[in-house]
Design a protein around this ligand. Structure first.
Ligand SMILES: [Mn+2]
Length: 597
């Protein structure tokens, strides 16, 4: 009960009772839906019963039909197609989706994944030239390429078409040299936007009306393109039966990309994640089966937590540590034996990554104290070392943000060069912050919550000063406190099994659709709390309100054990779940925060 978190109870809506009536559900569920801006009866019904019919027609995605026609042309004429992917989970799954789609339709397709540590992110001019020289007639980028207009020029006079499919922000092309990132802003309409390529497929291209889901991830874009390829192949909006089965299976890959890329889980993204996570359990894809087995998840329901924290890191591990092409092989060509072999290798790479991550985190925490970044007047931190692995610093940056609750940029220095990766807190746009410090950087880019940079080591100190200065101006006192948003006030007796089961159907949870957090006011500690877990770092206790008793657990709060005494009255911020044991289903509360009543 020491660290201070700001509790914000979301204002209860007068519409909740009536909505609950219409939906025949509890007012609690109705309030949670309203808190997520799902307000009309029909939107709520769709939310409570997701259907693949809720996905937008592929043809609505800008650029997708010309791309699908062009790819079908290559399939028919046996032209060699190369998918140019990316080394993170979104890029890996996007590559696999498109590879399967083209393979099923009889096309000749291969993939190219850049090496994270050597080539870095995006299209590489030399690689493009080599692919062309090796006979590629069509190159399709997935999850990258929108910022690679200069690189695309290397395909001039090579008789190769380039299709770019991406979901990242791009830079406006302007005549003045004051070009700026368009992160979050609508790009100025310019025709053609990207003259170097055959066509660009991107959910935020400026068309009228705009595509309804601007937050599609790279794998989502690839999924929509695969669907459109199947439609063009079938000569109409209905794809063949085989292809339909493939598309349903491919939602599992799209779900992994969606969860791993932390795009908001509402609308189409939530639909894809919902079906994909369900499909994962029964997937026939060798690579996914091997991956699920190595994570110890065989036969289990897989939710967004499992996908994001158990499956995705395994797929990411080889890209971070070496070469992600192996992960793509796992999800494409690998037969059962090879898939198990790759999955076992990914397992060792992931363990190694965890060890490295722990070491870097310890050094980073020491360094933060040395710079005084833990002091209240610090609004942002820049940490660096010659010893850090550039593939792992991004994960450690997330840990630093969790620990210190302020934006963190981690830089791996090597031979006079620095490669940086940063994570942010809500309200501080990191990509824009880096852009504001661009005088000290060689390159920067990314999103609001995560971004990357390159710099010359001699500019490290001036960058640090500029970044910390910028953060000081932008980050308010309030932003430094961790906020817990409480969906509604709940009596313990409200949290019965049917209500909690209904609550779980609101998932998959993640960015844009947070797990419901409830405010339980004035509950009594019933009996002495006890420490549990391997290192006794968790605490378990019973709470009581009137005649309702519920079991609670607080992870990593073993220290509360000494502060909570039987009979005490406390307020809780909790997330409810169902604990299944020996055929019994019991409601259990996870305590996120706790304070004296
Ligand atoms: Mn992506």
């Amino acid at each position: 009960m020491q660290q201070i978190k700001r509790w914000t109870l979301l204002p209860p809506s007068e519409a909740a009772a009536e909505l609950a009536n219409c939906l025949k559900t509890s007012p609690l569920i109705a309030q949670i839906l309203l808190n997520r801006s799902v307000a009309t009866t029909s939107d709520c019904q769709a939310f409570l019963a997701p259907s693949l019919h809720h996905l937008h027609a592929p043809a609505m995605l800008p650029g997708v039909m010309p791309a699908a026609e062009r790819i079908n042309h290559s399939i028919r004429n046996k032209e060699k197609i190369v998918i140019y992917g990316d080394y993170d989970v979104d890029g890996i799954t996007a590559t696999a989706i498109l590879w399967h789609a083209i393979t099923i339709l009889g096309g000749e397709v291969d993939y190219y994944i850049p090496k994270r540590l050597e080539e870095g992110y995006g299209l590489n001019a030399e690689a493009l030239r080599q692919l062309a020289d090796a006979g590629a007639k069509l190159i399709v980028s997935v999850d990258c390429g929108i910022t690679a207009l200069d690189e695309a020029k290397s395909l001039r006079n090579k008789n190769v078409d380039l299709i770019i499919t991406d979901h990242h922000e791009w830079r406006e092309r302007e005549s003045s040299n004051d070009s700026h990132l368009t992160a979050g802003l609508a790009p100025r309409v310019q025709e053609p936007l990207f003259p170097e390529c055959f066509v660009v497929v991107h959910p935020r291209l400026p068309i009228d009306p705009p595509y309804p889901n601007p937050y599609l991830c790279g794998a989502g874009v690839a999924f929509k393109l695969a669907w459109a390829i199947g439609q063009v192949h079938a000569g109409g909006p209905r794809v063949s039966e085989d292809f339909k089965i493939f598309l349903i299976e491919a939602t599992a890959l799209a779900a992994l990309g969606t969860v791993a890329d932390v795009v908001p889980l509402h609308g189409e993204n939530r639909t894809l994640a919902h079906f994909g996570l369900t499909c994962l359990k029964h997937t026939r894809l060798n690579g996914l089966r091997a991956l699920i087995a190595s994570a110890g998840l065989v036969g289990q329901k897989i939710d967004s937590y499992h996908a994001g924290f158990l499956l995705a890191p395994r797929l990411n591990a080889c890209g971070r540590m070496g070469h992600a092409a192996l992960a793509v092989e796992l999800l494409t060509k690998a037969d059962e034996g090879r898939a198990n072999e790759i999955a076992a290798f990914l397992e060792t790479q992931n363990r190694e990554r965890q060890t490295i991550e722990r070491t870097i985190a310890e050094e980073a925490i020491d360094q933060a104290a040395k710079f005084g970044y833990d002091k209240p007047d610090c609004r942002g931190m820049v940490l660096s070392s010659e010893k850090w692995h550039p593939g792992v610093i991004g994960i450690v940056a997330s840990r630093m943000v969790n620990k210190f609750n302020r934006p963190a940029v981690m830089i791996a220095l090597n031979n006079g060069h620095g490669q940086g990766s940063g994570r942010s807190i809500p309200g501080f746009h990191l990509a824009r912050a880096l852009h504001a410090c661009r005088d000290h950087l060689e390159a920067c880019g990314g999103h609001e919550m995560a971004a990357g940079l390159r710099l010359d080591s001699t500019k490290l100190e001036s960058f640090r000063a500029a970044f910390c200065d910028h953060a000081k101006k932008m980050v308010t006192d309030e932003m430094l406190e961790e906020e817990i948003k409480l969906d509604c006030l709940a009596a313990l007796s409200d949290l019965n099994e049917p209500v909690v089961t209904a609550m779980q159907r609101l998932g998959p949870f993640g960015t844009g659709n947070p797990k419901p957090t409830l405010f339980c006011q004035s509950v009594q500690v019933a009996g002495p709390p006890r420490r549990v877990g391997k290192n006794a770092n968790h605490v378990q206790l019973q709470v009581k309100q009137n005649n309702t008793f519920l079991r609670c657990i607080a992870f990593n709060h073993g220290d509360w054990c000494d502060q909570l005494q039987s009979g005490m009255t406390i307020d809780l911020a909790v997330q409810a779940s169902i604990n299944e044991y020996n055929g019994y289903r019991n409601v259990e509360l996870e305590i996120k925060d706790c304070r004296p009543s």
